[in-house]
Write a protein that binds this ligand. Structure first.
Ligand code: SF4
Length: 107
């Protein structure tokens, strides 16, 4: 049987310096991690409003994709939306993370 559980990378393996600039810093985490289906749509929408205009939205989204975070709203995207984004980028053959796209070409 294949183990399909997601293994989340520890923060020591990921860039986290951007977190200090998060617009959501100090807000209730329940807004970004809805506990039940009933509240999920409303809370996801409210979380996305907070993410709009966040100065580290791109870094947050990259972090959630790279970890990978299979729950919550990160960078304005739910897990289902992140999965669609990941699959779309893979199909188009583009780098999964924005910071990888900015790398200079190898000599
Ligand atoms: S994009 Fe949203 S979840 Fe990520 S740091 Fe900014 S406000 Fe918080």
């Amino acid at each position: 049987m294949v183990d399909r559980r997601v293994r989340i990378k520890p923060d020591s393996d990921l860039p986290t310096d951007w977190m200090i600039h998060a617009k959501c810093k100090g807000m209730a985490t329940s807004l970004f991690f809805a506990n039940d289906e009933a509240g999920r749509v409303a809370e996801d929408s409210a979380a996305k409003v907070v993410c709009t205009g966040c100065p580290v939205r791109t870094q947050c989204l990259d972090y959630a994709i790279e970890a990978p975070m299979d729950f919550g709203v990160w960078g304005g995207f739910t897990w289902a939306e992140r999965l669609r984004l990941i699959n779309s980028r893979r199909k188009r053959g583009v780098e999964l993370l924005r910071r990888d796209r900015a790398k200079p070409p190898s000599p």
